[in-house]
Design a protein around this ligand. Structure first.
Ligand code: AMP
Length: 242
């Protein structure tokens, strides 16, 4: 893992409304590395009215996935920016196996690899409730939840099109068919970790922070063991040579 060297490259997995965005941002603030969200990038492209944004607009509103090659290109360009030198947190990407493979390939080209894929687990009923009751204040960008984090009377609320019930159902189905296969993919690479997503954002943050501390402690001892082996090898080489 790169964190021992001051670098952490993470993927956050989890169904829509599992809290990836919130947790990714908290983690990014704590670790001082950027959160890279393809959903945010696509919404920015839509709001800016670019060609990509126009194409993505209808797809997003329908709860479907934007074609792999488009999001892969977005991520490739984003990860080339210098602020990712000490790592990054990917939120909402990869979402399909071809995206996961493309991510591995583009990291490998740069001599890098992922440190962990952290999946935030939440039962489907809670995901539905979280997404359909989510509202955004258009003036401040602040996100509220009508039941758990009610907005002030002054808020000017919008309900994201893709948070409407029918679309949420489609997004959850898309997650089950397209994104859930990523779990065995990362399990096979031995970098998959699960975190319980039930509870307040602070509770979930604490679980993720603990997990990352465990990962870097394990990495620290693996690095120490490797350093020990390297030293032993050098000593042996020196003895053999002289
Ligand atoms: P999010 O904010 O991550 O839930 O993304 C919102 C919408 O953007 C999704 O429902 C998709 O339509 C699109 N999107 C975001 N990330 C991806 C991705 N990695 N692959 C395909 N479509 C994506």
């Amino acid at each position: 893992m790169g964190q021992a060297g001051g670098c952490l490259r993470l993927v956050l997995l989890g169904a829509p409304a599992s809290g990836k965005g919130t947790q990714g941002q908290r983690l990014a603030d704590t670790l001082g590395i950027p959160k890279v969200s393809t959903g945010d990038m696509l919404r920015a492209a839509r709001d800016a009215g670019t060609e990509l944004g126009k194409l993505a607009d209808g797809i997003m509103a329908a709860g479907k996935l934007v074609p792999d090659d488009l999001v892969i290109r977005l991520v490739d360009e984003r990860l080339a920016l210098p602020d990712t030198a000490r790592g990054f947190i990917l939120d909402g990407f990869p979402r399909t196996l071809p995206q996961a493979e493309a991510l591995d390939a583009l990291l490998e080209r740069r001599g890098m690899s992922l440190d962990a894929a952290i999946c935030i687990d939440l039962p489907r009923e809670l995901l539905m409730e979280r997404a359909t009751l989510r509202r955004t204040d258009v003036r401040t960008g602040q996100i509220y939840h009508l039941k758990y984090n009610p907005p002030p009377d002054s808020a000017e609320l919008v309900h994201r099109d893709d948070d409407k019930e029918e679309t949420v159902r489609k997004r959850l189905d898309a997650y089950d068919t397209m994104t859930a296969p990523l779990l065995p993919y990362y399990q096979g690479k031995n970098i998959l970790r699960h975190v319980d997503g039930v509870g307040s954002p602070a509770d979930v943050s604490a679980r993720i922070t603990r997990l990352i501390a465990e990962l870097s402690a394990a990495e620290g001892s693996a690095a120490a063991r490797q350093a020990g082996r390297d030293t032993a090898q050098k000593v042996k080489g020196g003895a053999d040579g002289g």
